[in-house]
Design a protein around this ligand. Structure first.
Ligand SMILES: O=C[C@H](O)COP(=O)(O)O
Ligand SMILES: CC(=O)C(=O)O
Length: 209
């Protein structure tokens, strides 16, 4: 998936689940549950040692889900995530070296921004979609509506502090095709192997918008 195709990733589901997995095996079960619920995309963060192996295992065992890597801070990690089978790369903030590597690797790239100037930075570099993180701290849908007025060509994926209850307020804005969030994949459900809980939350999320 090319860097410019990040909007295709954002169109897969109204929610991109942001996942912190304790193991590759759990990652596979999480991906299966999300897909069973109707969510065809998963962002596996590189916040745990298992992140890369989970991406590799998901790509192999659950090929119908679009798997990407989150919390990617270095070009080297972007390359490792690509080697593991990531279709897209997400960073919580400005990571130009990661963006340059994504161009080289033909990988969709969704970097983060928190301010008007950071969004402008990404726009100057040719991007037309950014993550807004942490969305609820920035000011939620009201703030994003104001941001959008000066970036009419930009699409946003707000993430951070969003829940099943607040997601629709974000998705009501034309500039927001999807939100990101961890609420679909509860750490207790993962610890207990309660994959049905994840499938149920995914089923509810898949119909948002
Ligand atoms: O660490 C933040 C996650 O990436 C997404 O935020 P959340 O847990 O508030 O949904
Ligand atoms: C916040 C987020 O999406 C990330 O860690 O990449």
């Amino acid at each position: 998936m090319k860097q410019s195709e990040v909007r295709d990733v954002m169109a897969i589901s109204p929610v991109i689940p942001v996942v912190v997995t304790p193991s590759a095996e759990a990652g596979v079960e999480i991906a299966r549950a999300l897909l069973a619920g109707g969510v065809g995309v998963i962002e596996v963060t590189l916040r745990t040692a298992a992140g890369l192996e989970a991406i590799r295992a998901i790509r192999r065992e659950v090929p119908d889900i679009c798997v990407g890597a989150g919390t990617v801070w270095t070009a080297e990690d972007a390359r490792k995530a690509s080697d593991a089978g990531s279709a897209f790369i997400v960073s919580p903030g400005i990571t130009d070296a990661v963006g340059d590597r994504c161009v080289e690797l033909d990988l969709a790239y969704l970097p983060g921004a928190q301010t008007i100037s950071e969004i402008a930075h990404h726009q100057r570099r040719g991007l037309d979609a950014v993550k807004l993180f942490p969305a609820s701290i920035i000011g939620g849908p009201k703030a994003i509506k104001a941001y959008s007025s000066v970036f009419p060509a930009m699409q946003f994926c707000p993430t951070g502090g969003i829940s099943a209850n607040t997601a629709t307020d974000y998705l009501a804005l034309d500039c927001i095709p999807c939100v990101g969030g961890s609420w679909l994949v509860d750490a207790t459900a993962v610890a207990n192997g309660n994959w049905q809980d994840i499938a149920d939350k995914a089923a509810a999320a898949a119909t948002l918008g």
